[in-house]
Design a protein around this ligand. Structure first.
Ligand code: ATP
Ligand code: SKM
Ligand code: MG
Length: 168
């Protein structure tokens, strides 16, 4: 089983904090978004444009399951994509895992994700999309999480230290 599975919205810092924790713990790093992009040979934004969100979600469901079942992911730091918890089967699979919800509020989330086009679900109106997604998904992150860490006005290093403290 992984040592930690980070969940939370876009801009929560899952990828950033996962990389820090993996380096600090000397543990393998598994970032599911990155693994999907590597397997597909294209960016997530291109998967959304070419094949649509439903196709991306199917790839994501399989990629999360593959990581959770992978013996090589024992003791790893795993970062999930922001929407992985939308899938009921994924939520069920996370039961019993050390899942940490990195919470982020609206203001910090908007500052962190910026206006780039790499997050297809925020295209159009970053502020209103961010607000809606944060509200819709908060109950799903709460459902799967064993611990919640508030990341607002904290550096990635401070967030990583809090995750380490909670899991030790
Ligand atoms: N605690 C923090 N304070 C300030 N900036 C942060 C913090 N955590 C992450 N960031 C910055 O916010 C941006 C988004 O972080 P990151 O890519 O780690 O988020 P994510 O949760 O993995 O998002 P996604 O779901 O889109 O993969 C990056 O530019 C990162 O440097
Ligand atoms: O919150 C989401 O739905 C997403 C978050 C990212 O991690 C990527 O998985 C993708 O951009 C979708
Ligand atoms: Mg990420």
């Amino acid at each position: 089983m992984p040592k930690v599975v980070l969940v939370g919205p876009m801009g929560a810092g899952k990828s950033t904090v996962a990389a820090l924790l993996a380096a600090q713990w000397g543990a393998p790093l598994r970032d599911v978004d990155t693994e999907i992009e590597a397997a597909e040979g294209r960016a997530i934004s291109d998967i959304f444009v070419d094949d649509g969100e439903a196709h991306f979600r199917a790839l994501e469901r399989a990629a999360v399951a593959a990581v959770l079942d992978d013996p090589a992911a024992a003791g790893a730091v795993v970062a999930l994509g922001g929407g992985a918890v939308l899938d009921e089967g994924t939520r069920a699979r996370l039961a019993g895992h050390p899942v940490v919800f990195l919470r982020v509020g609206f203001a910090d989330a908007v500052k962190r994700v910026g206006l780039g086009s790499s997050r297809p679900l925020l295209l159009g109106n970053v502020r209103s999309r961010t607000k809606a997604l944060l509200e819709e998904r908060a109950p799903l992150y709460d459902e799967v999480a064993v611990h919640t860490v508030d990341t607002d006005e904290r550096t990635p290093a401070e967030v990583a230290a809090e995750v380490t403290r909670l899991l030790s």
